[in-house]
Design a protein around this ligand. Structure first.
Ligand code: AQP
Length: 341
């Protein structure tokens, strides 16, 4: 292999923001994949509180949410003996490398990021610089550990491409070929884009003001069934192929959720339910969702009851994460020419 290509070990990194309770989209798009990856890869999973403050946060709620997300990691099946689990702000390398990458990234690259446009809304002038530079911090998160693979939902694909551009630019500008890997997204698979139950054109999101738009990991069986019953669909029966679901976003979303939970293809769902209406399909989907989600919710309550144990996991994780990032940062400082490096 050429010296210009990164030849180090494979490593997985991903993060979740402590901006509220996790939902089915976070579970299918991220957590479920994390749990599988910890069995096969060297994995680092992070609660990204530095990302959370790109939007206003209440300090007390932020630290509570940080513990809550950690609890959700554990309840979903992440094992601190197998994966490194920690909080972003506890490892300084993230902020330092983000600044360095701010000087490699180009304004034009960031101006193309659709998430900034969505989150900043019409009043871009009043958005924080942090919200604009969010994807640069994301590149730092990944590359501080020289992570090679990043499991994320479809919504993060554009940011991952930017991380590759930043890594490439750093390697070239500082004449350090192959120093940083060009991280690959791990997006494939069902559940990569779970949409709102109220609007099949918008992704399911923690910050959606309507709680009916999402299924939270903490929801009980009755709440889950009620939300699925109220999910926006249409009066047509399910067709026998996915092409016929074009333009029926709410219906396609429910089929996608069913497929992801059952571990089968969208087409296999239609093979089973073609010709049936939502009056028949929704109760089956509710049953599947309740079976997958309520055990996590119950475990979540158990883990949340012991905050001292959560803190121990995070302390140990921060030490292990720093031990990986610090030698990489020493090399970065030397490559750039910082005094004393
Ligand atoms: N709807 C979704 N479908 C599939 N995957 C999703 N993810 C988020 N929403 C969906 C994935 O979950 C991981 C953690 O996301 P995050 O909390 O860091 O931020 P986010 O993508 O901004 O999630 P939310 O719920 O939309 O939060 P808010 O409302 O705070 O912005 C990521 O891997 C993401 O792809």
């Amino acid at each position: 292999m050429s010296a210009h290509v990164y030849t180090g070990p494979e490593r997985v990194f991903s993060g979740v923001q402590p901006t509220g309770a996790l939902h089915l989209g976070n579970y299918l798009g991220a957590l479920k994949k994390f749990v599988a990856l910890q069995e096969t890869h060297d994995c680092i999973f992070c609660v990204v509180d530095l990302h959370a403050i790109t939007m206003p946060q209440d300090p007390k709620t932020l630290s509570q949410n940080t513990r809550k997300i950690t609890a959700a990691f554990l309840a979903a099946g992440l094992d601190p003996k197998k994966a490194v689990i920690f909080v972003q702000s506890a490892v300084r390398a993230h902020s330092e490398l983000a600044w360095i990458f701010n000087c490699s990234a180009r304004m034009g690259w960031l101006e193309r990021m659709t998430q900034f446009k969505d989150k900043a809304g019409k009043d871009k002038e009043r958005a924080s610089v942090g919200l604009f530079a969010y994807p640069v911090l994301q590149a730092a998160d990944i590359l501080a550990y020289k992570a090679t693979h990043v499991p994320v939902g479809e919504d993060q694909k554009q940011h991952l491409e930017l991380s590759r551009d930043i890594a490439e630019r750093f390697n070239r500008d500082y004449d350090a070929p192959g120093f940083f890997p060009l991280p690959e997204p791990l997006i494939k698979g069902p559940g990569a884009r779970v949409m709102s139950l109220k609007d099949g054109t918008k992704k399911m999101s923690k910050s959606d003001p309507s709680d009916l738009s999402r299924i939270n990991l903490e929801d009980d069986a009755d709440t889950i069934a009620r939300k699925i019953k109220k999910a926006r669909t249409d009066p047509e029966p399910l067709p026998d192929n996915m092409d016929a679901l074009k333009g029926r976003d709410g219906a396609a979303n429910l089929v996608g959720i069913y497929a992801a939970l059952a571990g089968i293809s969208d087409q296999a769902v239609l093979d089973e339910y073609a010709g049936q209406g939502f009056g028949a399909f929704k109760p089956k989907l509710a049953e599947l969702t309740v079976n997958a989600i309520t055990p996590i919710g119950q475990d979540l309550a158990r883990v949340n009851a012991d905050p001292a144990q959560i803190d121990l996991v995070l302390k140990d994780g921060a030490m292990r994460a720093s031990a990986i990032a610090e030698p990489i940062m020493e090399e970065v400082r030397r490559i750039i020419g910082f005094w004393g490096a």
